[in-house]
Ligand binder design. Structure first.
Ligand code: NAD
Length: 271
């Protein structure tokens, strides 16, 4: 039985994660945390997901919640909150599944340093389908090489605060790596005005923010005479949440280190 604490529990992903844990016979919810000052602090977590009381109240101190003996913290919050939670989990020795996106390079470094002491699974997207998409994009880039133009198009709901999405950047990274390019050097974020002809060695990103789109990603490989589009569309947040819970189970058997969803699914080195 995997004992799980969820941070950001009243958020969009937090509530979906609560459902995912409650629906998993091999997982137990042992705590739920929200930011101090949140209006729902002190209320029963069952109410957050329209269920009967669970006997677990929403709390603001991750440190004291972890004294309940959690095996894994699942964190889908904000970069600042995630950093704070990493410090606490590192101190206590609790594994983490981190889904928060938009971490700066420095914040990413802190995460990497913490993974020397605790096992961390961090991914911009915990969906199994998206992780397969990453693999398919890698294989396509390997075979198509420099003979195609690569563009990454993503769409998300109007509340998303970072762009391009972490998943779009991860797709860009696997393609760039496969083509022997440095993404930071070849990236083009949107186009406007007189741009000149397209440079084949660039990787372009287009971002759509609209309505309640959960998350769509397309990698477009366009050559003269044909084009290949690899598309993933999320229709519910449950696919991210069930992937994160799967990662939490998997972490139980791992030594300290930094892992991603490709590790969890055994996709590294496959194909
Ligand atoms: P949200 O705003 O609905 O939820 C975030 C929650 O975190 C809020 O309830 C907020 O009050 C809470 N929070 C903020 N500071 C906190 C703190 N110090 N302690 C505890 N809780 C705190 O956002 P969301 O749509 O649920 O997304 C959260 C994050 O997860 C974003 O970075 C998003 O991009 C990312 N995300 C990742 C995946 C993935 O598969 N990796 C999927 C969906 C969303």
């Amino acid at each position: 039985m995997t004992r799980i604490v969820i941070t950001g529990a009243a958020g969009r992903m937090g509530r979906t994660l609560i459902e995912a844990v409650l629906n998993d016979p091999d997982a137990t919810l042992v705590g739920a945390v929200e930011r101090s000052g949140h209006a729902l602090l002190g209320s029963d977590v069952g109410a957050l997901v329209g269920r009967d009381p669970l006997g677990i109240t929403l709390q603001s101190s991750l440190g004291s919640v972890l004294s309940n003996g959690a095996a894994v913290v699942i964190d889908f919050t904000t970069p600042m909150a995630t950093l704070e939670h990493i410090g606490i989990c590192r101190h206590v020795g609790t594994r983490m599944v981190i889904g928060t996106t938009g971490l700066s390079r420095d914040q990413q470094l802190v995460l990497e340093q913490a993974s020397r002491d605790i096992a961390i699974a961090a991914a911009p997207n915990f969906s199994v389908g998206v992780n397969l998409t990453l693999k398919l994009a890698e294989v396509a880039a390997r075979i198509l090489g420099d003979s195609v133009d690569v563009e990454i198009i993503e769409a998300h709901h109007r509340h998303k605060v970072d762009a391009p999405s972490g998943t779009a950047l991860a797709l860009g990274q696997v393609v760039a790596r496969e083509l022997g390019r440095d993404l930071e050097e070849c990236v083009v974020y949107g186009r406007q005005g007189h741009t000149g002809e397209r440079d084949r060695k660039t990787i372009g990103f287009a971002t759509i923010r609209a309505g309640d789109i959960i998350g769509d990603h397309t990698v477009l490989f366009a050559a003269s005479g044909e084009r290949l589009e690899i598309t993933h569309r999320a229709s519910s947040r449950m696919n991210f949440a069930s992937g994160a819970v799967r990662a939490a189970h998997w972490l139980l058997d791992q030594p300290p280190g930094l892992y991603d969803m490709q590790d969890v699914l055994g996709l590294k080195g496959a194909v």
